[in-house]
Design a protein around this ligand. Structure first.
Ligand SMILES: Nc1ncnc2c1ncn2[C@@H]1O[C@H](COP(=O)(O)OP(=O)(O)OP(=O)(O)O)[C@@H](O)[C@H]1O
Ligand SMILES: [Mg+2]
Length: 464
């Protein structure tokens, strides 16, 4: 974080100082909420979670070098005490960001935020120092923590914004007002909580409403609900996609024999060839969004194409490909799943598995509300239509819907199977996998299906 005195922080957050011998002491280290991440000069924000209360670690973090604790009550060590720690963290982030000389880029969408954010960061980094959301820290706590990790050198701050309902993005843009705002897609993630796609579009569009007139709204031309957001912003609109009217476009899109997308990237500055190191055609759209941001921030098409072609996966369990020594390929996409990402991953599996046996080990997609049965059924059917060799549906009721969908689409007997849990899936795969097979593992986060991928990679390890 940029160095600030405890007195200044207290004034920004409207807090009371307690047990602080010298209010001019400065916070120079990172602002953290995990006591294990405290460094000398840190500010530790104490949150009371379900199982642990950060306030219990106050003494410990100060011994480890923290300058003070941001707390909801006095804790017997240097502390800035506020009524609401989350609101204080947000206020501090807003203050710090306003002092930075950085351009803020924010992105949202139903699927692909983290993948795209990692691409944007890897492209912009080539131009100037860039700070970006680690992993998927896209909520009211992760976002201010990321913003606070920027320094005076930071030129680009790239922030993932997540939403589970109306007003969430508006809250986040209030903390860190973006100049460039990207909306990737409106799918069905969290549709149960939102109520429908229109409601999701309503909520995601809050991002472009927050942009200033001199900013840029970067919108997916291929997604009608996103494209329609052009009318909700004062900012200049830049479209990306495969549609002909998109200013940043992919032409001649194909998958290489490894399942990696290749395309001609066209921006208003020219045309250049890209081959991604990432797997799955869905990354074309993500790469175009990143290219549009980079173009808007002054990079040439050649620079962008090279950066995209060299960009790797920064966040785990997203189409993470491991080649086993016996020639079995494991594709671990167990970070999360929704209907769009399931479809994209199945298509990638089939592309990677040309001429080989393909296995889709799939689990429950969470938070689909009334759509749940139909969506699980549809994914099961798609696996058959794409000619995946074998579907292994893992888990309870929703998994049985997946399997039933496949069965009804014309997969009988051996081609699809329903197993009760991760261990049963591992047992089955261990006995049936043959050299050359490709295995996709994917489900919602709560299923924890990465244990299956891990067990298959590590051989003898128990998945339980
Ligand atoms: N453009 C896309 N369309 C559909 N699926 C995608 C797209 N990009 C990535 N995915 C898939 O969606 C899943 C989640 O990807 P990612 O973590 O990038 O998304 P996210 O929007 O950050 O998710 P979260 O809401 O959990 O933060 C992965 O399985 C990934 O393969
Ligand atoms: Mg994410």
């Amino acid at each position: 974080m940029i160095a600030l005195s405890l007195a200044e922080i207290a004034s920004v957050v409207g807090g009371q100082t307690y047990d602080i011998p010298d209010p001019q002491v400065r916070v120079t280290g990172p602002v953290v909420i995990d006591s294990r991440k405290v460094e000398s000069g840190s500010l530790f924000a104490a949150f009371a979670g379900e199982r642990v209360d950060g306030h219990d670690y106050a003494r410990d973090v100060v011994e480890k070098g923290a300058a003070a604790v941001l707390a909801a009550r006095p804790v017997g060590v240097p502390a800035i005490v506020v009524e609401d720690v989350q609101a204080a963290l947000g206020a501090l982030a807003r203050h710090v960001v306003a002092r930075l000389g950085a351009t803020l880029v924010a992105l949202t969408g139903s699927a692909g935020k983290t993948s795209t954010k990692d691409l944007i960061a890897q492209v912009l980094q080539r131009k100037a120092p860039t700070v970006f959301t680690p992993g998927s820290f896209n909520n009211e706590i992760g976002l201010p923590l990321t913003a606070l990790s920027a320094t005076d050198e930071t030129r680009f701050l790239v922030l993932e914004m997540g939403a589970r309902g109306k007003g969430h993005i508006q809250y986040l843009t209030g903390l860190t007002p973006p100049k460039v705002g990207v909306v990737l897609n409106v799918g069905t993630a969290h549709i149960g909580e939102f109520g429908g796609r229109e409601q999701i579009a309503e909520a995601k569009g809050e991002l472009v409403e927050a942009l200033p007139a001199e900013g840029t709204a970067i919108l997916n031309a291929d997604d009608p609900l996103v494209r329609a957001m052009a009318s909700r912003t004062k900012a200049k609109v830049l479209l990306f996609g495969e549609a002909a009217e998109a200013a940043v476009r992919a032409e001649n899109v194909r998958l290489t024999e490894n399942g990696q997308p290749a395309f001609s990237l066209r921006t208003p500055s020219g045309c250049s060839e890209v081959t991604l190191r990432l797997y799955g055609e869905h990354h074309v759209s993500n790469a175009l969004a990143a290219a549009a941001v980079a173009h808007d921030l002054g990079m040439s098409v050649e620079e962008i194409a090279v950066a995209l072609s060299e960009a790797g996966t920064l966040s785990r369990w997203r189409m993470e490909v491991t080649e086993r020594s016996d020639g079995v390929t494991i594709v671990n996409d167990a970070y999360n799943a929704n209907p769009e990402s399931m479809r994209a991953a199945l298509r990638a599996l089939v592309a990677m598995g040309k001429g080989r046996r393909t296995w889709a080990v799939l689990g429950h997609m969470a938070e689909l509300g009334d759509e749940s049965l139909a969506e699980h059924d549809a994914v099961g059917r798609l696996a058959v239509r794409l000619n995946v060799s074998k579907l292994v549906a893992v888990g309870g009721r929703e998994a049985s819907w997946l399997q039933l969908g496949a069965y009804n689409e014309g997969s009988w007997g051996e081609e699809s199977v329903h197993v009760s849990d991760a261990q049963a899936a591992v047992d089955l795969l261990r006995s049936e996998l043959r050299p050359g097979d490709v295995v996709l593992v994917k489900a919602s986060r709560s299923v924890g299906l990465e244990s299956v991928a891990q067990a298959l990679i590590e051989g003898g390890v128990d998945a339980r």
